[in-house]
Design a protein around this ligand. Structure first.
Ligand SMILES: [Zn+2]
Ligand SMILES: [Zn+2]
Length: 387
């Protein structure tokens, strides 16, 4: 994996859109392509770097993970790390785009020179599993059972793809080289042999159970622990729970992509929660206590001062979300809006009318100020009021 910043490699700003990234990639790929620079190690390295950067930035999920965690998002704890080997998700996207530009031969370019026939162990593919949880579940954390599909080594052929596990024979198409040569337009293309898929050897009789793939699909139940405080977009890596590898290769990883459903009462910003609460007009005028629900299912109180207006904010410390690391909780921010009473009875209406008659200017200073401004506006002949 390269040390350089992916945006820097592509020469685009961090806020570049998908089209700009694609176009930057296209230009650089044309320039750095190994067939344009035969034998030049520097451009070959740069070309690989470019592929790595593009595989991440062209995938919205990976790009978001990169923006948030940097390359740590793609570095596994043990050996290899997911992401960029053949069979990883980003590789095929890159390959598609490459083929669109250069007309085929992408995978071969990486195989060429580095290895001969791809006959050795191959790491299993990484899998992605999307999980949607509620804000309450994100607050408490939870254990969840998921049923994840995965490809496993076929039992009848022990993962060899050959009927009864019989040994393979040298491929007749490529004579065991794993590659065939062809030229296409301005490029010399070395293709993976279609007869043996680059292995140099082919199966005499494909295994009936797996069709010669060496893998069969199965489902497995996994108990997944989702920690308290997770955010929308969090990825959880389950090492070794992806597809099985081929020819004794290590298994891939399973990635859980968490999304948190929007909540009816609370909006979240990191560890803090925000909520808008209605305050009855009389309570806002007279002052008093008001109950506010909290994410933990409890209630808390705020004290409204007499004469509180719409938009008044209150901060309740420690009633927000749990932190992913650490015990403290964020804060709950409450913004009140004054609710005008409706559906008045005859008696209520009468009381309110009496109240209105009794109300002087000093009870509504903002209204008074507003009409003063309007008066100045007309007195000045319609121009803006002078201050
Ligand atoms: Zn072959
Ligand atoms: Zn089989």
């Amino acid at each position: 994996m390269t040390d350089r910043d992916y945006y820097e490699i592509l020469g685009v700003p961090r806020e570049a859109d998908a089209a700009a990234i694609k176009s930057a990639f296209r230009k650089l790929a044309m320039k750095l392509h190994p067939d344009q620079n035969p034998g030049c190690k520097v451009s070959e390295e740069k070309f690989k770097e470019l592929g790595e950067a593009y595989a991440v930035l062209s995938d919205p999920q990976k790009r978001a993970a990169y923006d948030q965690y940097g390359k740590a998002a793609f570095q596994g704890g043990g050996g290899g790390g997911p992401g960029f080997g053949p069979g990883a998700a980003g590789f095929s996207d890159f390959s598609d785009l490459f083929n669109e530009i250069f007309g085929g031969g992408f995978e071969d370019m990486f195989a060429r020179g580095s290895r001969g026939p791809r006959n050795g162990p191959q790491r299993g593919a990484d899998l992605r599993y999307d999980v949607e949880i509620t804000l309450e579940q994100a607050f408490r954390g939870m254990e969840r059972e998921i049923v994840a599909p995965r490809a496993q080594a076929c039992e009848p052929c022990s993962g060899t793809g050959s009927e009864g596990g019989a040994p393979m024979e040298t491929c007749r198409t490529c004579q065991g080289a794993g590659q065939v040569r062809a030229s296409q337009g301005m490029f010399r293309i070395v293709r993976t042999c279609p007869g043996c898929h680059g292995r140099g050897q082919s199966i005499k009789t494909p295994c009936g159970a797996c069709g010669g793939r060496g893998l069969t699909q199965s489902e497995r139940k996994l108990a997944v622990k989702i920690p308290a405080g997770v955010e929308d977009g969090t990825r959880i890596r389950l090492a070794g729970e992806g597809d099985s590898g081929l020819r004794s290769g290590p298994p891939g990883d399973l990635y859980l992509f968490l999304s948190v459903k929007p909540h009816t009462l609370f909006e979240r910003d990191g560890p803090d929660l925000y909520c808008r609460a209605p305050a009855p007009m009389c309570k806002a005028a007279l002052g008093g206590e008001m109950e506010i629900p909290t994410i933990d299912g409890e209630r808390t109180k705020i004290t409204i001062p007499a004469g509180a207006q719409t938009g008044r904010r209150f901060r309740i410390k420690g009633k927000g979300m749990t932190h992913l690391r650490g015990k403290d909780r964020g804060d709950l921010h409450v913004e009140i809006f004054v609710e005008t009473p409706v559906n008045l009875s005859a008696k209520q209406r009468k009381l309110l009318e009496e109240f209105a008659t009794d109300c002087g200017e000093e009870a509504h200073p903002q209204t008074q100020g507003f009409f003063d401004s309007v008066k100045k506006f007309f007195d000045a002949g319609g121009d803006a009021p002078s201050r």
